[in-house]
Design a protein around this ligand. Structure first.
Ligand code: SF4
Length: 331
């Protein structure tokens, strides 16, 4: 028998993520005939969901808000006017493979081209990750680009999900970033503390703490049900290490488009030391129109949040607009 040695538990869990629709529905005791789900939607954007995240879904409930985020539906195959493959036109801000430079003072690195979960509403579901994998020589060019522009104070590791990378890869990249004297802040955008919390290992946290940089981790959590005791432990490790924790969510029809759901999300995250940061209106990516919430509905929700939450627990309602020098407040 082959023995698996020295593979971190989180990587084993990642490799065992559910990627077959039949299996997902069987685990959740759902009858495929009751659903509009289809494997055909997974040919261009595969199904992927960690088992620990599935364990937080309600069995027998086709409307479960966690399930709806990952369930491939026939609606994805509809072509919707006004929706496109690259609504943010990120190609225009992609001077080097692996680097997106849209906003003053910060750059974003697509450090890894995959995620531990595939969210069906993903704004980068059609992003050309394979063309954006710079390889070792390419990363050196990215580092040279940052080093040559002293206006860049912050580097954002994104993806995909940067924490899918192993510790050695991350350490090498982070140390090169930390060695650039004008870079003061490293921000990591990751859904892994929420969907695969075992990724937040002591060794990862120790490595991050060793960097002489301000550290910010922006989680991505859309519903309070996503937070269980395993997520609490992961967030506590990051918090104890002195890392600033923020959350961004996407406003999604049928998932979190109710005031009480958004209030519960902010309160649940704050209990774990995470402040709400952005609530994104959906980027108009082809295949995601069924998640769209009308702007008027979104504004009504924000008014309700204002009445029910202290200001520091209200996320900013934003959208990205191509060519704008910052995210745009929706009001
Ligand atoms: S974690 Fe983020 S980048 Fe990855 S699939 Fe979900 S929304 Fe897209």
């Amino acid at each position: 028998m082959t023995q698996i040695v020295n593979i971190p538990a989180w990587q084993v869990e990642l490799s065992q993520a559910i990627n077959k629709l039949d299996e997902l529905l069987a685990v959740l005791e759902l009858d495929p005939k009751q659903l509009n789900a289809t494997w055909q939607a997974t040919t261009s954007f595969p199904l992927r969901v960690p088992r620990g995240f599935v364990a937080r879904m309600r069995k027998g409930d086709a409307t479960d808000p966690l399930l709806r985020q990952v369930l491939p539906l026939a609606d994805e195959l509809q072509l919707t006017p006004g929706f496109s493959r690259d609504p943010l036109q990120e190609k225009q801000s992609n001077p080097l493979a692996g680097l997106i430079h849209k906003y003053h003072g910060r750059v974003l690195l697509t450090a890894v081209g995959t995620c531990s979960i595939n969210c069906r509403y993903c704004f980068r579901r059609h992003f050309p990750y394979s063309a954006n994998n710079p390889g070792k020589a390419g990363w050196d060019k990215v580092i040279e680009y940052i080093a040559a522009d002293s206006s860049i104070k912050e580097v954002i590791l994104s993806g995909g999900d940067p924490l899918v990378a192993n510790d050695d890869y991350l350490q090498a990249l982070c140390q090169k970033i930390a060695a650039i004297s004008h870079v003061t802040t490293l921000r990591i955008h990751s859904r892994m503390p929420i969907v695969l919390p075992a990724r937040i290992t002591d060794s990862l946290v120790t490595m991050l703490k060793s960097l002489s940089l301000n550290l910010v981790v922006v989680t991505h959590c859309n519903h309070a049900n996503e937070v269980d005791s395993t997520v609490e432990s992961a967030l506590a490790k990051l918090k104890t290490a002195g890392i600033t924790l923020l959350n961004q969510a996407v406003l999604l029809k049928g998932i979190n488009d109710k005031a009480e759901v958004l209030v519960a999300l902010s309160e649940r995250l704050f209990k774990q030391g995470v402040l709400p940061y952005y609530l994104h209106v959906l980027d108009k990516v082809q295949g995601t129109a069924h998640f769209e919430v009308e702007v008027n509905t979104a504004l009504t929700l924000m008014k309700a949040l204002q009445e029910k939450l202290p200001g520091y627990l209200e996320p900013k309602l934003v959208r990205e607009e191509p060519g704008q020098p910052h995210k745009v407040l929706v009001k």
